[in-house]
Design a protein around this ligand. Structure first.
Ligand code: AP5
Ligand code: MG
Ligand code: ZN
Length: 216
């Protein structure tokens, strides 16, 4: 199953994609995670991407699409994938369609996680992420058993650099201007369904599953 997971910053894309990927036996491909791994490793791509990510702006389409083209060509994507955080512009959506067509594939579903903008700031400012395994927590909504420590691997939890209030505001503006138009784009193609993301994490997962025809 080839799936795109869309939604504003903090909608819960990463949280849902982790579980969906385990249930569907397909890779969870988060463009944000790939960029952050490159920043951490000090690669050329990481240095370039960080200039945009640190401000909450989008990394240029050519850079992002070259990266994702390579990733989608890897063997683990043969049986499907969950794309989290791409496409974010109409240009990326068109380029993605071309890449998939070259590989003889198409998107089966685009899942849009809908959360009111005013709820997102609270979600993002309370988020903590494991430095080691990237598992995501929320200090109030989804806290780890022991404060500051990952339940999964015992790693240290940290706050993402772009989860500062000023950068969050820009990310939301960028989403509304550049990514929100994709909802209509995919609606017109007949592949999109929307989920109410303003509910408990498990309830969102159930609703996503229903849309995908999965009873998990
Ligand atoms: P990326 O890492 O994708 O960030 P984002 O889109 O801003 O989304 P987030 O990861 O912040 O949110 P999420 O929806 O995954 O929510 P989460 O599950 O963590 O991208 C970062 C940057 O990389 C971009 O700004 C851009 O610069 C660059 N980039 C990435 N892709 C790009 C592209 N295609 N083109 C160009 N540039 C690109 O949940 C958030 C919090 O809420 C957590 O604390 C979680 O525990 C909590 N939570 C989750 N679900 C619920 C719920 N149902 N109820 C209550 N709390 C919940
Ligand atoms: Mg994410
Ligand atoms: Zn961990």
């Amino acid at each position: 199953m080839n799936i795109v997971l869309m939604g504003p910053p903090g909608a819960g894309k990463g949280t849902q994609a982790e579980v969906m990927a385990r249930n569907l036996f397909v890779p969870h491909i988060s463009t944000g995670d790939i960029f952050r791994a490159n920043i951490k490793a000090g690669t050329e791509l990481g240095r370039l991407a960080n200039q945009y990510i640190s401000k909450g702006d989008l990394v240029p389409d050519e850079v992002t699409m070259a990266m994702i083209k390579d990733r989608l060509a890897e063997e683990d994507c043969a049986k499907g994938f969950i794309l989290d955080g791409l496409p974010r512009t109409i240009g990326q959506a068109d380029a993605l369609a071309e890449i998939l067509a070259e590989q003889g594939k198409k998107l089966d579903f685009v899942v849009n996680i809908d959360v009111p903008i005013e709820k997102l700031i609270e979600r993002l400012s309370g988020r903590r992420v494991c430095r080691n395994c990237s598992q995501t927590y929320h200090m109030v909504n989804n806290p780890p058993v022991e404060a500051g420590v990952c339940d999964e691997c015992g790693g240290e939890l940290y706050q993402r650099a772009d989860d500062s209030e000023e950068t969050i505001k820009n990310r939301l503006d960028v989403y509304l201007a550049q990514s929100a138009p994709l909802i209509e784009y995919y609606q017109d193609k007949g592949v999109l369904f929307s989920i109410n993301g303003d509910q408990a994490i498990n309830k969102v997962l159930t609703d996503v599953g229903r849309g995908l025809g999965q009873n998990w």
